[in-house]
Write a protein that binds this ligand. Sequence first.
Ligand code: 39A
Length: 216
Amino acid sequence: MQSLNNISDSFDLLKVLKREELLKNHPEFWWPSKNDFEILIGAILTQNTKWTNVEKSLENLKNLNFLSLESLSEADLLVLTNAITPSGFKNQKSKRLKLLASNILEEFYDFDNFCENVSREWLLNQKGIGQETADAILCYACHQDMMVVDKYTQKLVSFAGFEFESYEDLQAWCEYGINENLDKIFELYGYEIPLNKIYCRFHGKIVEFMKNNKLK
Ligand code: 39A
């Protein structure tokens, strides 16, 4: 039976993780949310903190009706800062969220248009958005075919014997094994699962696997 010690590509890794049924009690696309805009906010808030802290901040934002581009861009900075206190770096993150909301409105007019037309480059030019956050927004909020890789992915793939010099190289390895084996993945799932959904679930499985500390 295949295990983490003898995988040759990311398709093998997906198969090993799929066997574990890690997403049984999770949403279809793994990232929990009421809507895609909440995912965008969550992708910023989750930087350098635990997801449980992000959930508390999101609840506060929901209670203040700040979960829209318009309300967020017009939010009182002090009120916004207090609302996101649970997820840390509150002063930095509140300014960045407000600025991002304004920039999206200015450039794309509304959130649907943003999701359809935003590029990775545009996101990377925004204050406080690095590669992982940009890809989380593209993959989970905008449903684009982009796989997120993070410290969990790096650690797991390294444990399996693969080392990469950059974020892009690790991401390319993850995507390549999936893209080259789509027919087999459709067989595994029993239907033609969209590429974005495969990437979402693959990354979600990696996070859940690592959170459960299954390497030990
Ligand atoms: N680090 C994380 C997460 N851990 C997460 N979930 C658990 C559900 N999400 C959605 C994003 N980042």
